[in-house]
Write a protein that binds this ligand. Structure first.
Ligand code: FA5
Length: 346
């Protein structure tokens, strides 16, 4: 703003330069230089000169006020804020909480065991692909041969968003994707061999063996001439490797809409050679998961001719397997963030 009256112009320059150096900008509105201008209005004779003087003083005050207001937003340069930080990054380093330094952290036991499990499968010629944590009705049910309103859907009661998206209750949601994507490998005579780890969710009553959020590992194998013998041999080879000792596998009939025939599989107890111990509840056998021959309708949904190709799939809970291996009595330890528990594996 250009002030016409020299006295006001001079005061304006002075007040503006003063404002820059003030920490509390509001005090400029009480500056003696501004007050002196107001004091000058009253003694002036009534008329245009007095009105012009008063108008310019008010304009100067408005201008200063606007500058004070805008200065509130001209904050000093702050360090970028990391919203994931467990404390305000603007706190002086000396006043910050002292969390456990990263060098004392270690892999979570489930991560370490999953890496080991995957390594075994890589050695057997499998590839791995991760499952998903949000999905739709088609992959959760329809592509897996669950007819609409079929009671088997109740076995997989899980969390659903308002938009109808589903937190998957099992890693079998990936069967259709893997078969569809690698159909061309089958046709090229290569076969499909995939393992699929993933986090799954269920509406469960929680106890020592049931979590609402846990991990599964799915396996999908398809080629020409595959039968249940290949299924048993594959699971036996993997488990014997995992427990570093010969493990026998027992399958017994079960029902899953997406496999036919379907089985539950159990392993001979690696801790007592089937004699019976507390780990296997004195039965000599440990139930591990579900499996079966891929249902023709699942192949059909993926565009694969089930008269030419066959295959098997299985799924098991990773926590339950790791609990067995380390004799962990309660599944809830894994997500408890209890350092006493976690340090036993570091
Ligand atoms: C299934 O989830 C099938 N999708 C498995 C399958 C895959 C069958 C491919 C055939 C072909 P089931 O609901 O039984 O099946 O779960 C498999 C395993 O997940 C169980 O044996 C158990 O090890 C684990 N599991 C199931 N529910 C829980 C839970 N609430 N907490 C921890 N582990 C669980």
């Amino acid at each position: 703003m250009e002030y016409r009256i020299p006295e006001i112009r001079k005061a304006a320059e002075l007040l503006k330069s003063k404002l820059d150096s003030l920490e509390d900008k509001r005090t400029i509105l009480r500056a003696p230089e501004l007050q002196a201008l107001y004091d000058r209005i009253k003694p002036l004779p009534p008329g245009k000169a007095r009105a012009d003087f008063g108008k310019e003083v008010n304009t100067l005050r408005d201008e200063l006020e606007a500058q004070v207001a805008s200065s509130k937003f001209q904050t000093a340069k702050l360090a970028p804020i990391d919203v994931t930080a467990p404390f305000d990054v603007n706190i002086k380093p000396a006043d910050r909480p002292n969390p456990l330094p990263a060098k004392y952290g270690s892999q979570h036991p489930l991560t370490a065991e999953l890496e080991l499990i995957l390594d075994i499968f890589y050695g057997m010629g499998f590839s791995a692909v991760e499952s998903r944590e949000i999905d739709d009705d088609y992959h959760m049910f329809t592509s897996l041969n669950f007819p609409p309103d079929h009671p088997a859907r109740d076995e997989y009661d899980t969390f659903v968003t308002d938009e109808g998206l589903i937190a998957p209750a099992h890693t079998s949601i990936m069967q259709n994707r893997v078969l569809k994507t690698h159909k061309k490998d089958l046709e090229a005579g290569k076969g499909i061999r995939f393992v699929i780890p993933g986090r799954v969710f269920r509406n469960e009553d929680l106890d020592a063996r049931h979590e609402h959020t846990f991990y599964q590992l799915e396996g999908v194998y398809a080629d020409e001439g595959i039968n249940a013998g290949h299924l048993v041999a594959t699971i036996t080879a993997w488990l014997s490797n995992y427990f570093s000792k010969e493990v026998k596998i027992k399958i017994q009939p079960f029902y899953f809409p997406f496999t036919e025939p379907s089985f539950e599989f159990a392993a001979s107890c690696p801790f007592c050679e089937e004699k019976g111990c507390s780990v296997c509840s004195y039965t000599g056998w440990i139930e591990l998961g579900g499996c079966g021959m891929i249902h023709p309708n699942v192949f059909k949904e993926a565009g694969i001719d089930s008269r030419k190709y066959s295959g098997f799939a299985w799924g098991f809970g990773i926590e339950r397997l790791v609990m067995l291996k380390y004799n962990i009595e309660d599944i809830r330890h894994f997500e408890s963030a209890n350092l006493k528990f976690l340090r036993q594996f570091s």
